[in-house]
Design a protein around this ligand. Structure first.
Ligand code: ZN
Length: 552
């Protein structure tokens, strides 16, 4: 087995690894490079492999730096399945189409500029139509489901607690009757965060690819980050300013809505808050929030209880979702105190650029960064304390207060990453540190070396490692066919028959109740429970689907 590091090696973005086994080739992630001009130009270079030769792909989560080159991959001949979780598939569907739209718009703008300079026009990286074709290859599977992809490769997805649908991927590769296990951490979330479940621990691995976005840094305590956020909001709106929060459409935005919801519901503080409108100005964030509301089963215990008590954790009285461009422009003209949450999170594209242009110069306003800002992005430049920036060709003086709250990050910090590593019962013999800038990777490498008895590798871009298979214990080559126990099958059939009976009586009852007028909170309880049930039935059905395919 060979591992080639073709992205997110020396950078945070462009996640892409090629695994070559004796008979097969597959890739982990196919993300877009994001950052300055030089980094983004890398999206246009040829893949290091022929996409038509790749048998299948594994997608850890939907973020564009992990999925954003999939339409290019498909356009250039990839025809395999893209294995991912259902949440990832739902989100990638909207994110990739949105990305296609951004590429089309940016190319139009670029081409107008080129025409004026007498230069030939250029093609977008991909279009909405390309993205529409590409998402057909997404192949959703369940968390914890063991997927025998072919005679050499078996895969299992574990929850990474980073965004909806995010996963850690366990991959077993069998070659020459030896088996080795490779684990890809994907992006690891923080423990004890609202909404999502915690990242799962993994028992064992031979080889590990681990992210290091915050490999040399520490987050604030969750309580502190909320207090800080609330204080900035109240201070800013008291002096008549607007709070602008650049936020990733997926994940961070929903987390902030969830936190704010608690204050708007609170009797004491709620009074001050009720005067402050909150605008989510990102069509993508609006659609992503819908997907969150629909995927209630992925939430953690606390959030589920919240939902079951009849409250919608992603909604409150003063929350507005702007839809049209006109509504977005109106927000810029309105100087009344408010909170505007808009994408993109690194302020390198999207409506947020307009909000920054209109508010950065106003000393009463505040900008709060709540996520990672990659090198070269507008967000990073502002965060670094620049006093003047160029936005849409205009020079803007920065008079607003600039804040950064690291604790909202979707990524584990150094302590979180180390705690996750401590979860291994059989520690990986080789650790590759990826998905981090070089100082993060170096810092993380040093701390791993001093904590565990292992020397991690910091792979360079385009570096290939040969993971020798011969040191492994030979695995049993005899295929063991397990026949299901007759009694177990009988019991399952009787359970299913029972479920059918309950279903029929529930159907009647639901119909007769919903025929009458139901109180809103009770209606929400019923609705959420039904959505959850629907998901569960789909999950049950999918087990059969996969099994059936294996048999065929
Ligand atoms: Zn991510």
């Amino acid at each position: 087995m060979n591992i080639s590091f073709l992205g997110a090696a020396g950078t945070v973005t462009g996640s892409n690894y090629l695994i070559t086994t004796e008979k097969y080739k597959f890739i982990l992630d196919c993300g877009q490079f994001q950052g300055g001009k030089k980094t983004e130009a890398m999206n246009f270079t040829d893949f290091a492999y022929n996409p038509a030769d790749i048998d299948f792909m594994i997608l850890s989560h939907a973020h564009i730096d992990h999925s954003g080159r999939i339409p290019k991959l498909v356009k250039e001949g990839f025809k395999g399945r893209i294995y991912c979780t259902r949440g990832t598939s739902d989100l990638a569907d909207i994110l990739l189409k949105d990305s296609g739209y951004i590429h089309e718009k940016e190319t139009e703008w670029e081409n107008r500029k080129r025409a004026r300079a007498g230069l030939p026009s250029v093609e977008p990286l991909y279009t909405v139509a390309d993205a529409e074709v590409a998402v057909k290859y997404l192949y959703p599977v369940l968390y914890n489901q063991t997927i025998l992809i072919n005679d050499e490769v078996t895969v299992r997805f574990k929850d990474a607690g980073h965004i909806l649908g995010s996963s850690i991927v366990e991959i077993w590769v069998k070659e020459n009757s030896h088996e080795k296990k490779l684990v890809f951490s994907g992006d690891l979330g923080m423990m004890n965060k609202p909404l999502l479940r915690d990242p799962e621990f993994i028992d064992e691995a031979d080889y590990l690819l681990i992210e290091s976005t915050y490999g040399n840094r520490f987050h604030e305590h969750p309580e502190q980050r909320i207090d800080k956020l609330i204080k900035i909001i109240l201070d800013t709106t008291d002096r008549g300013g607007t709070v602008v929060i650049p936020s990733f459409a997926v994940g961070r935005t929903q987390e902030i809505i969830y936190e704010l919801n608690k204050y708007y519901d609170n009797k004491e503080e709620g009074k001050r808050f009720n005067k402050i409108p909150v605008y989510i100005d990102s069509p993508l964030a609006t659609r992503a929030t819908e997907i969150f509301r629909k995927n209630a089963e992925v939430f953690d215990e606390e959030t589920r209880e919240f939902i079951m008590s009849g409250d919608n954790p992603l909604d409150f009285k003063n929350l507005h979702f702007t839809k049209t461009v006109e509504e977005s422009i109106a927000l810029n003209k309105n100087v009344a105190p408010k909170i505007v949450i808009s994408a993109s999170g690194m302020a390198n594209a999207g409506r947020i650029k307009h909000h920054l242009k209109h508010n950065l110069w106003r000393p009463e306003c505040s900008v709060i960064f709540v996520g990672y800002q990659a090198e070269g992005t507008l967000g990073r430049i502002i965060k670094n304390g620049e006093k003047n920036v160029r936005i849409f060709g205009e020079q803007i003086q920065i008079n607003a207060e600039i804040h950064s709250i690291e604790g909202f990050s979707g990524h584990a910090d150094q302590n979180g990453l180390l705690d996750w590593l401590k979860g291994f019962k059989k520690f990986p013999e080789k650790i590759f540190i990826v998905h981090g800038e070089d100082d993060s990777r170096e810092g993380f490498k040093n701390v791993i070396e001093s904590t565990f008895d292992v020397k991690p590798i910091i792979p360079k871009m385009n570096e290939v490692f040969n993971c020798r298979m011969e040191t492994a214990e030979p695995v049993e080559t005899v295929e063991e066919v397990l026949l299901a126990d007759k009694e177990d099958t009988k019991e399952l059939l009787s359970d299913l028959a029972h479920l059918q009976e309950i279903y029929e009586s529930t159907l009647k009852k639901t119909g007769s109740i919903l025929a009458k007028k139901v109180k809103e909170d009770e209606f929400n309880l019923i609705k959420n429970k039904l959505i959850e049930m629907e998901r569960n039935i789909i999950n049950l059905g999918m087990l059969l689907g996969d099994r059936y395919e294996d048999e065929a």
